[in-house]
Design a protein around this ligand. Structure first.
Ligand code: NAD
Ligand code: UDP
Ligand code: UDP
Length: 323
């Protein structure tokens, strides 16, 4: 593979997905600037890159302007778990909307390509199943998830307006539930919650009756999708769904985690949060056709790798865990 060394900005680069992307891009010989305010991200996630001369980290909040010279921007800054994005909902909307304006302004000034990490949440509680990119969604604009969903929808609008009005080179991907090592152990998302609970021998908190569905994509597969999307011709702008189309009820996920950890934990039920989508599964026909991309890591393999990570993390922290 011939390599053109690029200067690449990743906002949210110390987060779960950002740190994997940074590792991959540094590994491919690019210069990576990671910008993060460390709200949900951690320096530990990129500690192994710190000594590398191709990697640089900057503490910065994307709601403030940023003047740097780069060739590509991956705009990932935004808390992604419901617990974190609802902690300060106004800041969440600001991060998505003002953050997008600033990064688009930067892309416009320097002529950089810019990719937005959008989300399946733009479809809300979907009435079309599986979700194709044409579906316009069913979002409650007033509910507790709206700061995230509507913030991301407004960001998509801004991306397409900067394309039409200023010819900025945009790419938009809509990410579906993704999991893997370096998820925050306390971020409240279902895969990290279940694994940490199982490893500690605590009760597994299943919200509702567990019949709501999700489809879980392993992080390495998703990052491959990001890189393919960034490498497409200028006329490929998206939106393109990236996710794993293997849909399962959340109850089944709990059972798989218990089985794979060999945990003695039992499942307990908790109320289903307001506006929790009942079903979600990507239609990835477009990603297959345009990017030649589809996930390759099976749920069981991805869960094993993620369990290994949390097992190590909990041991290092000296946290008692039973499994
Ligand atoms: P994450 O919380 O681990 O990462 C987000 C990062 O953004 C963190 O490092 C955080 O500190 C940083 N950040 C938040 N607000 C910021 C601000 N104002 N300025 C600078 N940095 C800020 O979450 P993640 O799972 O890595 O998600 C990354 C992106 O992908 C997010 O935009 C998220 O909406 C999107 N996404 C993720 C998933 C998923 O399943 N992981 C699904 C859909 C969309
Ligand atoms: N911006 C930035 N970095 C840059 C260029 C612009 O952060 O390198 C910010 C700038 O502060 C502005 C926003 O991006 O508020 C939008 O920029 P644009 O040029 O679209 O709008 P304008 O500057 O005309 O408001
Ligand atoms: N969930 C659960 N127990 C938990 C955390 C989440 O049953 O401890 C459920 C949640 O109600 C949702 C699904 O798992 O139906 C996925 O939740 P997550 O917060 O990971 O992401 P979402 O897809 O809702 O954004």
């Amino acid at each position: 593979m011939s390599l053109t060394r690029k200067r690449i900005l990743i906002t949210g680069g110390a987060g779960f997905l950002g740190s994997h992307l940074a590792e991959r891009l540094v590994g491919a010989g690019h210069d990576v600037l990671c910008v993060d305010n460390y709200f949900t991200g951690r320096k530990d996630n990129v500690a192994h890159l710190m000594g590398n001369p191709r990697f640089e980290a900057l503490r910065h909040d994307v709601t403030f302007p940023l003047y740097v010279e780069v060739d590509e921007i991956y705009n990932l800054a935004c808390p992604a778990s419901p617990v974190h994005y609802q902690y300060d909902p106004v800041q969440t909307t600001k991060t998505s909307v003002i953050g997008a304006i600033n990064m688009l302004g930067l892309a416009k000034r320097v002529g950089a390509k810019i990719m937005q990490a959008s989300t399946s949440e733009v479809y809300g509680d979907p009435t079309v199943h599986p979700q194709t990119e044409e579906y316009r969604g069913n979002v409650n604009p007033l509910g507790p998830r709206a700061c995230y969903d509507e913030g991301k929808r407004a960001a998509e609008t801004l991306f397409f307006d900067y394309l039409r009005q200023h010819k900025v080179k945009i790419k938009v991907v809509r990410i579906f539930n993704t999991y893997g090592p370096r998820m925050h152990p306390n971020d409240g998302r279902v895969v990290s919650n279940f694994i940490v609970q199982a490893l500690r021998g605590e009760e597994i908190t299943l919200y509702g009756d567990g019949s709501q569905t999700r489809a879980f994509c392993y992080v390495d597969d998703l990052i491959e999708g990001f890189i393919r999307m960034m490498g497409t011709e200028p006329d490929v702008v998206g939106p393109i769904n990236l996710g794993n189309p293997h849909e399962i009820p959340v109850r089944e996920l709990a059972e798989r985690v218990i089985e794979l950890t060999g945990s003695a934990s039992r499942i307990v039920h908790r109320p289903l949060p307001q506006d929790d989508p009942l079903q979600r599964c990507p239609d990835i026909t477009r990603a297959r056709q345009v990017l030649g991309w589809q996930p390759t890591v099976k749920l069981e393999d991805g869960l094993r790798r993620t369990i290994e990570y949390f097992d190590r993390l909990l041991t290092e922290r000296g946290v008692e865990h039973a499994a």
